[in-house]
Design a protein around this ligand. Structure first.
Ligand code: DC
Length: 231
C-alpha cells in the first residue's frame, strides 16, 4: 500500500510490556512497506551482553566500557526482523525470562539509553518507520507524525506473554510471567530517565478486548486519517 505523501512518515508505538506493540508495529510496517524497529530488542540485546560478560550494572565504568563493545544490528531473515548482537543472531535468547528479568534495570541506566536513542535516531527508511518501545513518541521522535500509546489489562498481557513463550518452546511459569510484568511496568514508569508515559499527542489504544485483526483495522483507519492531514 503506497501513501499519498512525499516525506518518510514516522509512526511511534509506545506502551506497557506485552501488549502486542511489536506484533502491531510489524503488521503496519508490512502493510505500508515501512521499516520496522523493535527498540525493546535493542535494550534486550544490551542486557544479554551484560549477563554474558558479568557486567555489574551498578558500576558506571563497567557499563560504559561494555557499551563500547556492543554492536546491535537488525537483519531480515525469512521475512522476520532478527536481532544481532556483535554479529550473532540473538533473537531467541533476548526473549528469555532471564533477560526479561534484568532488562528494565539495564534500560533505566542513562548511558545505555543515550546510546540506544542515538542508534534509533540514525535508522531511516525511504518510505517511513514504525518503531515500538517506551519513549519513542516522547523522547526518540517527539515530532513523529503519528503516535499510539498501547495498553491492556495486566492479566491479559501476562497470559499473552505466557502463550508466546510456550509457543516458542521456552520455559514459562504464569506466576513468574505476571511478576516480571509487574516489575517491568513499575521500573519502566518510575525511572528518572525517559519514563514510560503517554505523549500528549498520542492516541490511546486499550486492546484488552480486541483481537489482532480488529486492532489492526482500527489502527490503520487512524493512520490513514492522520496521513490525509499530512498530505
Ligand atoms: O518492548 P520489550 O518488552 O521487549 O522491552 C524490553 C524492555 O526494554 C522494557 O521493559 C523497557 C525497555 N525499553 C525501554 O526502556 N525503552 C524502549 N524504547 C524500549 C524498551
Amino acid at each position: 500500500m503506497d501513501l499519498p505523501i512525499s516525506k518518510p512518515v514516522i509512526i511511534a508505538l509506545d506502551g506497557y510490556s506485552s501488549c502486542g506493540k511489536s506484533t502491531l508495529a510489524k503488521q503496519i510496517a508490512r502493510h505500508l512497506h515501512f521499516l520496522f524497529v523493535d527498540s525493546g530488542a535493542m535494550y534486550r540485546a544490551a542486557t544479554l551482553y551484560f549477563i554474558e560478560n558479568n557486567i555489574d550494572v551498578a558500576k558506571d565504568n563497567e557499563v560504559n566500557n561494555a557499551l563500547e563493545n556492543i554492536h546491535i544490528t537488525f537483519k531480515n531473515i525469512d521475512g522476520e526482523n532478527t536481532t544481532f548482537l556483535n554479529g550473532r543472531n540473538v533473537e531467541s535468547e533476548i526473549r528469555s525470562l532471564q533477560v526479561s528479568g534484568l532488562v528494565s534495570e539495564v534500560s533505566a541506566i542513562s548511558s545505555v539509553r543515550k546510546k540506544m536513542v542515538e542508534l534509533q535516531r540514525q535508522m531511516s527508511s525511504e518510505n517511513g518507520i514504525v518503531m515500538d518501545g517506551r519513549d519513542i513518541g516522547t523522547v526518540v521522535f517527539p515530532n513523529a507524525d503519528i503516535k499510539f500509546f498501547v495498553t491492556a489489562d495486566p492479566i491479559v498481557r501476562a497470559q499473552r506473554r505466557y502463550n508466546e513463550l510456550l509457543s516458542k518452546n521456552q520455559k514459562a511459569d504464569l506466576h513468574e510471567v505476571i511478576s516480571n510484568l509487574e516489575h517491568r511496568d513499575k521500573i519502566d514508569t518510575e525511572r528518572a530517565d525517559s519514563p514510560l508515559r503517554q505523549a500528549d499527542d498520542a492516541i490511546l489504544l486499550d486492546n484488552t478486548h480486541y483481537d489482532i485483526d480488529e486492532q489492526f483495522s482500527i489502527v490503520m483507519d487512524k493512520i490513514y486519517k492522520a496521513i490525509k492531514g499530512l498530505s
